[in-house]
Design a protein around this ligand. Structure first.
Ligand SMILES: [Zn+2]
Length: 604
């Protein structure tokens, strides 16, 4: 944290709008004073992410995630605080002092991994666009109709035909072989040493939905080289089943049309972009998953899956399609015939031909029935049983019960079976799925579960302290930050006191930078959302809270002294204790009398 001066951090925070930052990743709509969207931190079905422009914070009412703009990026990309400040400073055009290229302080985070991948991307790109050895790759791409501007737009690259092309250059720039291996760019040899993973291949950098390059897909140039496509392995920053190739580049067209075409290959995405079909993504070398669908749902309502003839036939593909049902995306499927892929198809038929193709895509269930019919003999009871089981497993993914009911009805009709049999099969499939509970859900629960929000008086006082600095100062002059009985409020009041002592603002957005963990950040955000709600227009005077806090603190001390008196052996001086007790009760009496007087003057 010490790497960036706090004033600079505040300058960065002041110059970005959290609504802009979050809008990059989540579609937000204005609702009253705040903005609402689907929360990216849990499986959100109803928009529960609340973004306050006024307070510059976000808060999920469902999973408890919350914080300021920095926290949002930290959680989304799993990066450090420093790195999140750096990213937003870049966007705001604020120049930060350069740190010594990421050393020990940032060890626990993924910053260095990101930097390694970014360096590799620059290197590959240089090799393709400028280096003589990249000429073959350039020729290959141009031969497939990819223009130089497309190569730029998708940051395509080339890995030379050497065992240490990247390793050598990166090593001289201070990126260790171990780091390259962690980033999936180098492979370690059994007898020590490393070699480049990608050799003599066209490189497709894969961006996460936040625009960071996280991995690479690589296509062989030499037709003899196997495999034809080689991908980065999963790393701490690359989760295959939550990454869609092309989403970052094409996010605007996908958002504006609210529809996405999902293809299988990187080259398909680039080729379609060349023909100005821009709302396209590809799964990066895996079957489609529920996470893919949830990611897409944040940008689009409709996904059209385009499959090559042979891939559409596999059970793995169908299971993948089925798992997308969980997202409430509308899914349509179209299959290419005659060995075509989207790349070859669009080059032959142009964008009009391709658009016609996707417009003719069949609803998911129709595709599914067709597929089942082509594999099972529905005139036999065995065939029917297997067909019902296959379809039911997919229906079980649908979370919405009305939708399930509708799909069950349709299945019964189309397969000519009693509805009760389908219902039973779907229930069985759903039970089976539930038994393998998603650990991520439990994670989200534990965040808020351990926090007890009471006592109400303390909660209200904390929110008051967060409304403005002068209120915080008044409170801190009267009571000790440690007097809060709730440990979480004690931590927050301690943070407020520390900030004010340093002469800094204690607004919620500033406090969030001091929160060490996401749980605390979530609570601070929640509290700040409550300012003005718990005590509208300050109807209950601040002094009331202070007196009550003081009374409570006195009560605690009196009780402690009484316990000591009762237990007093020989060690403690009972006279001193009794004197203290007398003094405390006198203070209490005065305070109480003062309070009575106040209430009489200011009735409510
Ligand atoms: Zn959430």
């Amino acid at each position: 944290m010490a790497l960036i001066p706090e004033d600079t951090v505040e300058q960065v925070r002041d110059s970005v709008d959290i609504v802009d930052v979050i809008s990059e990743f989540v579609a937000l709509s204005k609702r009253g004073k705040s903005f609402l969207g689907l929360c990216p931190f849990h499986d959100d079905r109803t928009p529960s992410l609340n973004v306050s422009q006024e307070k510059q914070i976000y808060k999920c009412f469902s999973c408890g995630a919350g914080g300021n703009a920095f926290r949002f990026l930290m959680e989304l990309e799993r990066i450090s605080f420093v790195e999140s400040v750096r990213k937003l400073a870049d966007q705001a055009g604020i120049v930060l002092p350069e740190s010594e290229s990421g050393r020990p302080a940032e060890k626990d985070t993924n910053d260095e991994l990101y930097r390694t991948v970014e360096f590799a991307q620059k290197y590959f790109r240089h090799m393709l666009m400028r280096h003589p050895s990249g000429a073959r790759a350039r020729d290959y791409l141009i031969g497939r109709g990819v223009s130089e501007s497309m190569m730029e737009a998708f940051s395509l690259g080339y890995a030379t035909n050497a065992w240490d092309g990247l390793l050598g250059v990166a090593g001289r720039r201070g990126f260790s072989a171990q780091m390259l291996a962690r980033a999936g760019l180098a492979v370690s040899r059994e007898n020590g040493g490393h070699y480049d993973r990608f050799r003599d291949r066209v490189i497709f950098p894969i961006q996460s939905h936040t625009g960071r390059t996280v991995a690479f897909g690589a296509r062989a140039l030499d037709p003899e080289q196997q495999p034809k496509y080689l991908n980065s392995p999963e790393t701490p920053v690359y989760n295959k089943s939550a990454t869609l190739y092309g989403l970052w580049n094409n996010r605007e067209p996908i958002r504006t049309t609210r529809s996405a075409v999902v293809v299988e290959g990187y080259m398909d995405v680039v080729a379609l972009a060349q023909f100005d079909v821009r709302n396209v993504v590809a799964s990066s070398g895996t079957a489609l998953t529920t996470d893919h669908a949830r990611l897409l749902k944040r940008y689009a309502d409709l996904a059209v899956l385009v499959f090559d003839g042979d891939a559409a036939g596999t059970a793995a593909t169908v299971r993948g399609i089925g798992s997308m049902m969980a997202s409430e995306l509308e899914i349509r499927v179209v299959t290419l015939v005659g060995g075509e892929d989207p790349d070859s198809f669009v080059r032959q038929r142009g964008s009009d031909g391709f658009n016609e193709l996707t417009e003719s895509a069949a609803p998911l269930m129709d595709f599914l029935f067709e597929w089942v019919r082509s594999r099972e003999d529905l005139s036999t009871s065995d065939g029917k049983t297997r067909a019902v089981r296959t379809v039911s497993e997919i229906i079980a993914h649908a979370g919405d019960s009305a939708r399930r009911g509708f799909l069950i009805q349709e299945t019964a009709q189309k397969l000519g079976i009693e509805e009760a049999i389908v219902i039973n099969a779907v229930q069985r499939a759903a039970r089976y799925r539930r038994s393998g509970r998603n650990p991520a859900d439990e994670d989200a629960d534990s965040r808020t579960a351990s926090f007890e929000p009471g006592p109400r008086m303390e909660r209200e006082l904390i929110t008051l302290m967060m409304t403005d600095d002068s209120t915080a100062d008044t409170v801190l002059a009267e009571i000790d930050a440690g007097h809060f009985t709730n440990g979480v409020y004690r931590r927050i009041s301690g943070m407020i006191a520390a900030a004010r002592k340093e002469g800094r603002t204690a607004s919620a957005a500033a406090l969030l930078n001091r929160c060490e963990d996401a749980g605390l950040a979530g609570i601070v955000s929640a509290l700040s959302m409550e300012t003005g709600i718990l005590n509208p227009e300050g109807r209950i005077p601040l002094q009331d809270y202070l007196t009550r806090m003081q009374l409570k603190a006195l009560d605690t001390r009196i009780a402690a002294v009484e316990t000591q008196l009762r237990a007093a052996g020989g060690q403690t001086d009972p006279m001193a204790l009794m004197a203290e007790h007398k003094d405390l009760t006198r203070q209490r009496k005065e305070l109480f009398a003062g309070r009575q007087a106040q209430t009489e003057v200011a009735p409510r």
